[in-house]
Design a protein around this ligand. Structure first.
Ligand SMILES: Cc1cc2nc3c(=O)[nH]c(=O)nc-3n(C[C@H](O)[C@H](O)[C@H](O)COP(=O)(O)OP(=O)(O)OC[C@H]3O[C@@H](n4cnc5c(N)ncnc54)[C@H](O)[C@@H]3O)c2cc1C
Length: 365
């Protein structure tokens, strides 16, 4: 029986494990499960396949395909685990509320509206109604119908529950990988709870993937981008769509009467502590867009570490016959996880069509 080890139990590692062919294979997922030392549980849950792109790229195409997979995944996870990942499909408004960001919104609208005729620009009247405290002359916005959202925390929990139900998968939680050594045709993975031997090794350890690969003498740097997030409760009931400001602040309506306000972005910051000034920025920016959110109760605040690569493009593919990597999904890992799980699993199973689709993201240039 082939022993397959996946390092990382975030949405990437879990999605790959869930889709890997069980035939002749035993899978071990190893995760240190340290609170706040991951991205998946911390994410806003936006499925921003259009929100995040300004041009047609291989990643944009993967994102669009992945977004389309999410309704089925939500259904499957509900059946398998009883966890509702709270898929909402009310769309997203992309907005600039300062003159500085208006050209970027206009440019993105130009690209997206050629691809999708349902996307429309908000009129001055609509802008004034939506953003009453903003100077309309310095604003621009458009509505994307199909960018939905899920509860990323519940999604990650559901994936974890789903794989833990599978007999061919062993979950090694609260287990830290300390060392990886190559031994002839396999790898010895030394963990805080003993050694695990791998015939196939998949590194999906988020922002920590680069450091793990270095142990095998390979240099594929991954960096952290820390984000602060805040969840509030408010009686404001006029918002169903996500609002995403070009300056990075977004408001994602969650159930019931809750709003997830995100997120700051600090490159090369591994801290897992909220910074007071970052939370103040989230308050100021969200309330400048929706003044009614001034009246709220804070449910909680948290941080997450997004994995990014130097050129911002995820790295996904084979490094050798039995060594694979999937990381660097930065702000879009929740959105991309359905298709990445599928393609990476097919790649490990030797499917050439998956290798072809993942070619633009190959770790070997
Ligand atoms: C604030 C914030 C908001 C976001 N919002 C969105 C959004 O709205 N939409 C979207 O699509 N994406 C969003 N993202 C991005 C998304 O969360 C990430 O791209 C995605 O979760 C990355 O998944 P991953 O599995 O690669 O990494 P992670 O979730 O970080 O998982 C990696 C795992 O590896 C484990 N690990 C690392 N090193 C070791 C080791 N040595 N031993 C054992 N285990 C180890 C960690 O414990 C961790 O669980 C957001 C991220 C953040 C932080």
């Amino acid at each position: 029986m082939l022993q397959t080890v996946i390092i990382g139990g975030g949405v990437m590692g879990l999605s790959i494990a869930r889709q890997l062919n069980a035939q002749g294979r035993h899978i071990h997922i190893i995760d240190r499960s340290t609170p706040r030392m991951n991205a998946s549980y911390a994410a806003g849950g936006m499925l921003g396949a259009q929100n995040e792109f300004f041009e047609d790229t291989p990643l944009y195409r993967l994102a669009m395909a992945s977004r389309a997979m999410m309704p089925d995944i939500a259904q499957q996870l509900l059946m398998e685990t009883d966890i509702d990942i709270e898929l909402q499909t009310y769309g997203l408004i992309k907005v600039a509320t300062t003159a500085q960001h208006v050209p970027a919104v206009k440019k993105q609208f130009e690209f997206l509206s050629q691809q999708d005729h349902k996307i429309y620009e908000l009129s001055r009247h609509q802008l004034r109604a939506r953003f009453p405290h903003c100077n309309i002359d310095d604003c621009a916005a458009f509505k994307i119908h199909d960018d939905g959202q899920i509860n990323a925390n519940l999604y990650t929990q559901a994936l974890l529950q789903s794989v833990s139900n599978l007999l061919h998968i062993d979950l090694h939680i609260q287990t830290e990988v300390l060392q990886i050594m190559e031994h002839a045709s396999h790898y010895r993975v030394t963990t805080s709870k003993g050694d695990v031997y791998a015939d196939e090794l998949i590194i999906a350890a988020g922002a920590w993937s680069g450091a793990l690969l270095q142990q095998l003498g390979m240099n594929l740097p991954t960096q952290p981008v820390k984000g602060d997030v805040k969840l509030i409760e408010s009686s404001y009931s006029q918002l169903k769509e996500t609002i995403f400001n070009m300056n990075g602040c977004y408001i994602v309506p969650k159930k019931p009467n809750r709003f997830l306000i995100g997120a700051t972005s600090e490159l090369d910051n591994w801290s897992t502590q909220n910074k007071a000034e970052n939370l103040q920025w989230l308050d100021a920016e969200s309330q400048s867009m929706i003044p009614d959110l001034c009246e709220h109760r804070v449910i909680k605040t948290w941080t997450g570490i997004r994995p990014i690569t130097p050129d911002g493009v995820p790295i996904m593919g084979a490094l050798r016959d039995n060594l694979y990597i999937s990381t660097g999904h930065y702000r879009n890992g929740i959105l991309l996880s359905p298709i990445v799980g599928q393609l990476m699993a097919q790649l490990v199973d030797g499917r050439t069509s998956a290798a072809q689709q993942l070619k633009p993201f190959s770790p070997i240039k």
